[in-house]
Design a protein. Sequence first.
Length: 439
Amino acid sequence: MDVEEYTRKKIAGGESEAAVEESLVNIIRSFKEVNPSYASAFARAVITEVKNSRDLSGDFFSFEPAGVNMGEFGVGSRGKGDFFAHRQIARIIGKSSAAVGVDQMDDGGAVRAGGEYIVCTVDGMHSRLSDFPFLAGFHVTRATLRDAMVMGARPVMLFSDIHVADDGDVAKIFDYTAGITTVGEAMNVPLVSGSTLRIGGDMVLGGRLTGCVGCVGVAEHMTARKSTQVGDVLLMTEGAGGGTIATAGIYSGFPEVVEQTINLNFLVTCETLMKSDAFFKVHAMTDVTNGGLRGDIYEMAETAQCRIVIDDTNVAGLVEPHVRAMLEDLRIDYLGVSLDALLIVAPPDAAAEICSIVRSSGVRIEQIGRVETGKPEAVLVSQGREQDFTPRFRESAYTPVKKVVDTGMRDFEEMKEGVLKASEAAIRKKERVLRRLKR
């Protein structure tokens, strides 16, 4: 519960300070075991801070609103809205000297240094794993290591950021860190630095946990998405999912599926492949996460400017059986949800060798697609017929709440206009402040 936001809305709506204070006292005491005098003093202090910080103007105190909320635009939900928002972030950052920059929408970024590529990745923990800190730490760490390794990098260190709301138990920090270091120690990648803070300081009540884990790696051979070439084939390994599948299992009544997600198959497979000569024949790699195959193939086609065709004949069989059974039972589209499978793009004459190496690590792998010349697009072939394979507005709804949220939305084109206008305002602000700093 964000008491600052609540107070701002109430005061802006014309509610009296006495009424706001009374409401705040009740809210505070529903979260904290405090006496009425403390709650009243806290509430009055919140009101004072809100009043003092209202009506400030100028570049440092205000921004141009998009008129579109994060949830209704699907930001973070790995679909069309999320991808559009991230394209705007790339515009604000602009062109840089990076070897792989954010404009390429890859799994990580890279710069050249000392004759090698330094790769940096960062992933946020799954927002619904707040009450399960070990799982949150485990899966976000595996995710950031994956993102580095699919760029062709050998991970050398991890860093973490943990935020717990004011009423959260301190033990959440420790359990989350244990999840991080379990993966880090198993893969011999040390956690070297981090930050620990409260969400919103004193202003956010409750025990919500959020955070991220990042990785720095070193690469000799880059396998970024832009290296995808016409004529290549796509190979996909089996996947049991990570934070998304664990969340689906927990909140949909299939907690036993979580056990299937606790593995290092992806990381060990990458490590095995990277130690082989065949690795240098790989053009590109990615993990099947961002909105599932629907999202990742769409982004790859856009980045590489080519037509990518996926044949679903072998795909369903690569979903771990327990996970697949749950998805089928819940009617969740496995093509639109994160499976944490490895996707490899390589020339046809290297496919057999790559598959043999991957299978030697005990992981299944099959050819699922090809890269063709033509307009940049993603195409699905199912039962011999081509179908549109563009991402949906959001990834497959994988919890009961998401199924409700997925039932209605505003006009997408209308929302895009507001988002684009806000991003352009941010670019202009950046340019104004840069000019000031250079004076």
